[in-house]
Design a protein around this ligand. Structure first.
Ligand SMILES: [Zn+2]
Length: 464
C-alpha cells in the first residue's frame, strides 16, 4: 500500500461544528503523523468562522480554495474569483499562515446562471466556450475583476450569464501569489480546466510566462448535438486562439480576447423516432444462432438489421443471402472485428471495403450502414474512437450507434435480464438519453440467452 496521506474537505461546516471539526483534524493528524502520512485540509478562502491558524497547526498543508466568490446559489451573478477579491483574501490568509505549509487551489470552471432560476449550473471550461460559440456570444474580459464572462439568450428565450475561470485568471492568480512562495498550487478541477493552463502549471510555475496561453488546445470530450442514434461527424477538433495583453509594469494580464474558440469533435445525432424500435444483431452470421434468430423474426414478422463480420459472412454466404431474402438489412461491422482505434486508417478502409465487396458479391446488394466494433457497441465518445468513424463516413457510410444495450454478450446473463434491461431502456423518454436501437448479438459466444429472450422481448416491446 503506497498510501501517502489524505486530503480532507468538509464543505460548509457551520460555526457550531467548528470545535468538533478542529478536534477531528487534530486526532487525524495524531494518528497519521507517526506513520509518516500527510494530512491536507481544504478550507474556504474567506470564512470568518474558520480559525485558519488552528487548522494549519492540525495539518501538514492547508489548501485554500481560492474560488466561489460567486457560487451556484449566490444571489447575484458575478466573478468566480475576481482578482482583487483573490488578492485581498490572500493577504488576509497569509497573515496567519506559513507559506511552506500552504497550497493555493485555483479554480478552472464556470457557472451558467439562468435568469430567474434559484441555482446556477456548474460548467467546465470546455462547456463554457462551447455555449459561447453555439450562441454566438462574445466572451468578454471584465476589467474590474479580470474574469471572463458572456451572456446569451437560449432558443426558449431564457437569459443566461456565464462567468468562468480560465488559464488567464490562473496566470494572474499564480503571479499574485508568487511573492509568498507557497508550497504549491492545486487545480479545481482536473478535466474541467482550460487546457492552456498546463503551459503555466508545473515546474517553474512561480514565474509563469503568458506565451503558452495564446493557443487553446481542444478539450477532451466529444460534443454531441441533436437526438438519435445515427451519428455523423460534423467537425474535427481544432485549437482555439486568444490574444493576451500584459501590463508591462506589473506583469499581470490586463486583457484577453478569444479570437477563436477551440472545438473538439462534434457529432450530430439524427434518426430519433420515439415509439419505434430497431433490432440489430452484431458479429454474425453464425451457423447455429443466426438461423434460430431468423426463424423467430420470421415467425414474429419483425425486420432487423444484421451488422455482420466479413470473415463470418465469407464462411456462411448462405446466411447472408437468407438475411437479405427474408427482408432484413445487412450492415458492415468490418472484416475481422479489430479495434479500429488501434490500427492504421488504411487498414480500416481495407476492413470496410473487403466486407462491402463480400456482401455485394454474395447478395447482389450493397450496404451503407456501418457500426464500428467495440466502441460502436457503446457509441464513439472518445477522440480516438471518432477518427475511424469519420473515415467510414468519408466512404459514405452511415454510422449506426445504439442506446439500448442489454449486454446480452456478457457471461451468465439471463434471458430475463436481457428482456428487462431492453424494456426499461426503451421506456426512457428523456430526449437526451432515450434510444430506439437495440444491440443484440447472433455470434461470438453462447447466444442461448439471447435466443430465449428474443420472442418475449418482441412481445413486451409490442405491448408497450
Ligand atoms: Zn461487434
Amino acid at each position: 500500500n503506497k498510501f501517502g496521506g489524505v486530503c480532507v474537505d468538509f464543505e460548509e461546516a457551520t460555526k457550531d461544528a467548528q470545535p468538533n471539526l478542529l478536534r477531528f483534524m487534530q486526532e487525524l493528524q495524531a494518528a497519521f503523523k507517526p506513520r509518516g502520512w500527510i494530512v491536507v485540509q481544504a478550507v474556504p478562502f474567506d470564512d470568518p468562522d474558520w480559525n485558519y491558524r488552528d487548522y494549519a497547526a492540525a495539518s501538514d498543508y492547508l489548501m485554500l480554495m481560492a474560488y466561489d466568490e460567486h457560487y451556484a446559489g449566490s444571489k447575484d451573478t458575478g466573478s468566480i474569483s475576481g482578482q482583487s477579491w483573490y488578492e485581498q483574501n490572500l493577504i488576509a490568509r497569509m497573515k496567519d499562515l506559513t507559506p511552506a505549509k500552504t497550497i493555493i487551489a485555483l479554480g478552472n470552471y464556470g457557472y451558467n446562471w439562468t435568469a430567474g432560476a434559484s441555482s446556477a449550473k456548474e460548467v467546465s471550461f470546455q462547456e463554457a466556450v462551447i455555449s459561447a460559440k453555439d450562441s454566438e456570444a462574445e466572451i468578454k474580459f471584465d476589467e474590474t475583476t479580470r474574469n471572463p464572462y458572456f451572456s446569451y439568450e437560449e432558443e426558449d428565450k431564457s437569459q443566461h450569464t456565464v462567468w468562468f475561470l480560465d488559464s488567464v485568471t490562473a496566470f494572474n492568480q499564480i503571479r499574485a501569489a508568487s511573492g509568498y512562495r507557497p508550497a504549491g498550487f492545486a487545480l479545481w478541477r482536473l478535466g474541467s480546466e482550460d487546457p492552456s493552463i498546463w503551459s503555466i502549471f508545473g515546474s517553474d510555475q512561480l514565474n509563469p510566462v503568458p506565451d503558452g496561453l495564446k493557443r487553446i488546445v481542444y478539450g477532451y470530450e466529444v460534443d454531441f448535438q441533436g437526438t438519435g442514434e445515427l451519428l455523423r461527424v460534423l467537425t474535427r477538433p481544432h485549437d482555439g486562439e486568444r490574444s493576451v495583453q500584459t501590463d508591462q509594469k506589473t506583469g499581470f494580464i490586463n486583457s484577453e480576447k478569444y479570437i477563436s474558440t477551440p472545438s473538439s469533435y462534434v457529432i450530430e445525432r439524427t434518426g430519433d423516432h420515439p415509439g419505434s424500435i430497431a433490432l440489430t444483431f452484431d458479429d454474425g452470421p453464425d451457423p447455429e444462432y443466426t438461423p434460430a434468430i431468423l426463424d423467430i423474426l420470421k415467425r414474429e414478422n419483425v425486420p432487423a438489421t444484421f451488422f455482420v463480420i466479413g470473415k463470418n459472412g465469407q464462411a456462411y454466404p448462405d446466411l447472408l443471402r437468407r438475411i437479405v431474402n427474408e427482408g432484413h438489412e445487412l450492415g458492415n461491422h468490418t472484416f475481422t472485428h479489430p479495434n479500429l482505434g488501434e490500427i492504421p486508417g488504411r487498414l480500416t478502409d481495407l476492413e470496410l471495403n473487403a466486407t462491402q465487396r463480400l456482401i455485394e458479391s454474395v447478395t447482389g446488394r450493397s450496404t451503407v450502414l456501418f457500426r464500428p466494433p467495440y466502441f460502436g457497441d457503446a457509441e464513439a465518445d472518445k477522440p480516438e474512437e471518432v477518427e475511424p468513424a469519420l473515415r467510414a463516413q468519408q466512404l459514405n457510410y452511415i454510422i449506426v450507434g445504439l442506446r439500448i444495450d442489454p449486454s446480452d454478450w456478457k457471461p451468465n446473463v439471463t434471458p430475463d435480464e436481457i428482456v428487462q434491461r431492453t424494456v426499461d431502456k426503451a421506456m426512457d423518454d428523456n430526449p437526451e438519453t432515450r434510444g430506439q436501437v437495440v444491440l443484440l448479438h447472433d455470434s461470438g459466444g453462447d447466444r442461448a440467452a439471447t435466443i430465449e429472450a428474443l420472442p418475449r422481448l418482441i412481445h413486451e416491446l409490442r405491448a408497450k
